[in-house]
Design a binder for this molecule. Structure first.
Ligand SMILES: *Cc1c(COP(=O)(O)O)cnc(C)c1O
Length: 433
């Protein structure tokens, strides 16, 4: 490092004008300590910080950069779109093309509405579910993140009869009184909750593979019960695929479950991240009969000045075209699995309890001998040991999420040499654990 740390200088300067110096809390490195890296530029699998140091990027903007940074076809599409205009507030052909491209790949959706962030998409999907069913209550699971809408910033109450309490200041209790928070992968509790509240439930929202508690899959029997109970009680099943959509498979996580549960489909799907290819773009969609409740067709209001933005849709469309090419996910999965098995072997050699899981281009690893099934277990991770691992990798130019409860992401731009170098770095750090 040079004698002047430009990252620290920028962070100090940022802290004067932006709360905490960041525009999204996890970026501040509070969980792991130290100075956030200010990114100067990125290309392929790498980015360079304000000191000019290079990192292998396993976050990729928290998932969107599935092709790596600055993919030539995407860059060209964005540049061409920008010349034609940034925003019109009027419909364009490109948003129809993007909607068609999404629906073609995810058959559970008949219609889709484009918005600008995952938060907006999740919030709107819940309003739609409430409007379409005429009910108010909803189920979410501890450790699943669905954006920062008021009704979703909730932790579990003291029992199944009591609803949640807000996890953020500024959220009135009245706003979360309809949100029931349950334990992920707990079938018995789920059944009990439906028995008690089934007739009042508008929807159940779930991250099928929860990437906001590192990487925890909903078990197949659990997902199957979610589907069955929603159908039996007339509640809508909403899959939040903001992270997993087009990240774990071309058909998204729902296609992974459909392989084990014949005919499996959610009623509504929430998307974001990859569908924007790095631009502010998200979506929610589902069955025609439900989507027709949205304004201007129906009574559920939802709108956006920048929704379906022409530059963002160009970026998303070019990204979806690239990932639709034959062999894309096979190659991505192979690399993700090679990285995970490399880390596992290095941890085993150093005698560090360790386990990993992955699907497509999304992965997680834990300093545990076996995979956790819920948030409470994930949060028993030894924070100090995780932080040693994080900073050891960071010093060696390998950038993973700065918190133990976040997933990791492979891109098409990562090479076998990048993976080998990252495993070598991890092997060194494991020795000191
Ligand atoms: C990132 C994420 C969101 C929120 O998306 P933003 O674009 O950050 O608002 C919602 N749900 C899941 C599962 C996510 O991973």
């Amino acid at each position: 490092m040079t004698s002047i740390d430009r990252n620290q200088q920028l962070f100090d300067r940022a802290a004067q004008v932006i709360p905490g110096g960041v525009n999204s809390p996890v970026r501040a490195f509070r969980a792991v300590g130290g100075t956030p890296r200010f990114v100067q530029r990125a290309q392929g699998a790498y980015f360079w910080d304000a000191n000019g140091k290079q990192y292998i990027d396993f976050i990729g903007s928290w998932g969107p950069m599935i092709l790596g940074h600055g993919h030539p076809a995407v860059l060209e599409a964005v540049q061409k779109a920008a010349v034609d205009g940034f925003s019109f507030g009027a419909p364009t052909e490109r948003e129809v093309e993007l909607a068609e491209a999404i629906l073609e790949r995810v058959p559970s959706m008949d219609m889709v509405r484009l918005v600008s962030s995952g938060t907006e998409a999740g919030m709107s999907a819940i309003r739609l579910a409430r409007g379409a069913t005429g009910r108010s209550k909803l189920i979410k699971f501890e450790g699943c993140y669905h954006g920062h809408a008021d009704a979703l910033l909730v932790k579990a109450g003291s029992g199944l009869a009591t609803f949640g309490s807000a996890t953020s200041a500024g959220v009135p209790p009245e706003v979360v009184q309809h949100t029931l928070v349950l334990e992920y992968n707990n079938v018995a509790q789920l059944e009990e909750a439906f028995a008690l509240h089934g007739k009042d439930l508008a929807c159940l929202i779930i991250e099928p593979i929860a990437g906001n508690m590192n990487f925890v899959r909903a078990s197949v029997p659990f997902m199957q019960r979610c589907r069955e109970l929603c159908s039996e009680h007339g509640a809508l099943l909403i899959m939040d695929e903001v992270m997993t959509g087009f990240r774990v498979a071309l058909g998204s996580a729902q296609s992974v479950y459909a392989k084990s549960i014949p005919g499996f489909e959610p009623d509504l799907t929430v998307m974001g991240k990859v569908i924007g290819g790095g631009m502010p773009l998200a979506a929610f969609g589902g069955k025609r009969a439900i989507m027709q409740h949205l304004a201007p067709l129906g009574g559920v209001y939802q709108a956006g000045t920048l929704s379906g933005n022409p530059v963002a849709t160009a970026c998303g469309l070019a990204t979806l075209q690239e990932i639709g090419k034959p062999g894309f996910y096979e190659d991505l999965s192979r690399k993700t699995q090679a990285f995970m098995s490399g880390l596992q072997a290095a941890a085993d050699k150093a005698g560090v309890p360790f386990c990993t899981d992955s699907e497509g281009g999304m992965f997680g690893f834990f300093l545990f001998p076996e995979l956790p099934q819920n948030y409470a277990k994930v949060m028993t991770t030894d924070n100090k040991r995780f932080n040693t691992l994080f900073h050891g990798l960071l010093d060696r130019g390998v950038y993973i999420a700065p918190a133990l409860y976040e997933a990791g992401f492979m891109s098409a731009a990562h090479t076998d040499a990048d993976i080998a170098a990252s495993v070598t770095a991890a092997a060194e750090v494991f020795q000191s654990l």
